[in-house]
Design a protein around this ligand. Structure first.
Ligand code: AMP
Length: 289
């Protein structure tokens, strides 16, 4: 059995459940507070808090884990990142009150108090820049710290920036950028055992295939044979479009190609101007690297 540590609740839990489900590993609802559950195959999920996952993986309680890169960095543990899972995107930023007169890092007076849930990352950020600060470690609601007088500056996560704005805070700099990642411990039992390492690599490949497929669509269309050269320019596909004969008078052929989802409307419009008919677009479940 391979044990994968997964967030049991919070921002990352639902997206992890969807991604693993799309990759064929079914994370059933953990509303029953089960600590572990079979994910199918040789995988077992260990459902714990996102912030504890780096420790569990580093200590060998789990063979791999899914958590935010911010948590991995803050743990200070030696973990190897296998896949950037692309969800939970956010930034850890330095911010100060709008009315503090601080508009850049250089304005932060020596000895300022910096409240954060990320004391380790924050301390090294300021140390590297030779800015002397006092770290005030807190466990949440960081954005209120400057208003209740326990800190001058904060280091906190933001994705849209709206929480900072609502709290009258100005962003000064980015400490790190984060997304959810699949991580393993380089010196672990799983890393040393070839069969277990292979299973983890297969998991990484399955997740990568699902992520690659998410941004793509499979497009099929009937086009005039005479327009094929122009069609090829519109849908180059992975290795050029697949061209299939249609058993009618031979004037049309069917073309199939993998195309970017983000520009699908333009692709369809361009194909239509080339005389395409019967355009069909479907989602792709996996696109193996
Ligand atoms: P949780 O504590 O379970 O809600 O998970 C928090 C994790 O979600 C963080 O460690 C980040 O990796 C991620 N995250 C993504 N966007 C945000 C955000 N805007 N605020 C806080 N956490 C975020």
């Amino acid at each position: 059995m391979l044990r994968i540590a997964l967030p049991n609740k919070g921002r990352l839990a639902e997206e992890a459940r969807i991604l693993f489900g799309d990759a064929g590993l079914d994370i059933r609802s953990t509303g029953d507070r089960a600590l572990t559950a079979s994910l199918g195959g040789e995988f077992e999920g260990l459902f714990v808090r996102a912030q504890d996952i780096p420790e569990f993986v580093a200590d060998g309680a789990a063979d791999a884990g899914v958590t935010g890169w911010d948590r991995v960095c803050e743990s200070g543990r030696d973990l190897e990142m296998l896949v950037d899972l692309e969800f939970g995107r956010c930034r850890l930023v330095v911010a100060a009150r709008d009315d503090s007169g601080i508009v850049a890092l250089g304005d932060i007076p020596g000895g300022s108090r910096v409240a954060t849930v990320y004391p380790r990352v924050t301390a090294s950020f300021f140390r590297e820049r030779d800015i002397e600060v006092d770290i005030v470690p807190i466990s949440g609601a960081v954005e209120v710290a400057p208003h209740i007088g326990i800190a001058d500056v904060i280091v906190d996560l933001t994705s849209t920036g709206s929480t900072l704005r609502v709290n009258g805070l100005r962003e000064l700099d980015t400490v790190l950028e984060s997304t959810a990642r699949l991580v393993v411990a380089p010196g672990s039992a799983a890393a040393a055992d070839p069969a277990r390492r292979r299973s983890i690599d297969e998991l990484a490949t399955a997740l990568t295939s699902v992520l690659r497929a998410r941004g793509k669509r499979y497009l099929m269309a009937n086009v005039p044979r005479s327009a094929l050269e122009l069609v090829k320019r519109v849908i180059p596909g992975l290795n050029g479009p697949t061209v299939i004969d249609i058993l009618n008078n031979g004037e049309h052929v069917a073309v199939h190609a993998v195309v970017p989802a983000s520009t699908i409307y333009r692709t369809i419009a361009e194909l239509k101007t080339l005389g395409a008919e019967g355009i069909l677009v479907t989602r792709i479940e996996r696109l193996a690297p």
